[in-house]
Design a protein around this ligand. Structure first.
Ligand SMILES: Nc1ncnc2c1ncn2[C@@H]1O[C@H](COP(=O)(O)OP(=O)(O)OP(=O)(O)O)[C@@H](O)[C@H]1O
Length: 263
């Protein structure tokens, strides 16, 4: 197996339920080193629950999540949080602290987890904000002063604060205009290349799938139906996949990604 195909995260036989509602049953999925893995599926198929159970925010009801070769559930809590610190997470609603300016928001994990002095943490915070594509004067702004796109970038800067190896993004381009969304996709690709990140990206955005993702995992019927390159996923005869990828929006995204192909 080449290093590129090595799994940094291996999910096996995962079960998640809420009361009698089974969200995942025997779900298997790998996240490979250095890839951008797109995760799609109808509303309520459990994309966010999957993300939460991988990053340790929801205890699975069965199965296992191996991170860098270690079974998360089997580790003592100190070792588990040390592993989880190698993750960066950007949640759907950005989740910045409204009473802190941007550099303070990004500095917080550096003060709490890396125990850096405040001045150093804020200086590093400014660097991370620049890495996420924000201008220098954004550092002292409050979240309420920012556009949706800037909020996403600031939240991304915070997710990158501790130099994660795996980045989890829950619908990062939701609510952005198409140009802002395309810029954000490019930023994720640049960061992946520059920092060697592996990326787990939940999205409904077909353009993101076509431009940014190396592989796409489709959640359906409580499990991962297929996880492969888009050309393979597109060829599936599953009804949801056909509707999603071969409907008008899917065809437009495909055409935009393959301009030389005739229809
Ligand atoms: N804390 C919770 N308590 C009870 N049910 C929950 C909880 N969290 C999620 N669920 C249920 O689990 C299912 C999967 O939710 P999840 O948010 O993962 O879906 P999703 O695929 O991310 O959906 P969307 O695309 O709409 O964001 C849904 O039916 C949801 O109602």
């Amino acid at each position: 197996m080449s290093r590129a195909e090595e799994a940094v995260i291996r999910v096996r036989g995962l079960v998640n339920r809420f009361g009698s509602h089974v969200v995942h049953q025997d779900l298997d999925l790998d996240i490979r080193r250095g890839e951008i893995l797109g995760v799609v599926g109808g509303s309520g198929t459990g994309k966010s629950v999957l993300l939460r159970s991988i990053v340790g925010l929801k205890r699975p009801d069965g199965g296992r999540v191996e991170v860098f070769g270690e079974d998360l559930q089997q580790l003592p809590s100190r070792q588990r949080s040390r592993l989880e610190r190698r993750f960066g997470v950007l949640f759907q609603r950005g989740a910045l602290f409204s009473s802190l300016n941007l550099q303070e928001n990004v500095a917080l994990p550096l003060i709490e987890h890396a125990r850096l002095p405040r001045a150093d943490a804020e200086a590093l915070g400014r660097l991370k904000l620049a890495l996420a594509g924000l201008p220098p004067d954004a550092a002292l702004k409050m979240p309420a002063e920012l556009s949706g796109g800037m909020i996403k970038r600031a939240a991304l800067a915070r997710a990158l604060a501790l130099d994660p190896e795996v980045l989890f993004l829950d619908e990062p381009t939701a609510g952005l205009d198409p140009i802002g969304a395309a810029d954000f996709d490019r930023l994720i690709m640049t960061l992946r290349d520059a920092m060697g990140l592996s990326v787990f990206l939940v999205t409904h955005d077909l353009d993101t799938l076509y431009t940014a993702c190396d592989r796409v995992a489709v959640l359906s019927q409580r499990r991962v139906l297929v996880a492969d390159r888009l050309s393979v996923v597109e060829a599936s005869d599953d009804a949801w996949i056909r509707d999603y990828f071969h409907g008008p929006r899917g065809r437009a995204a495909h055409r935009a990604a393959h301009p030389s192909e005739a229809d």
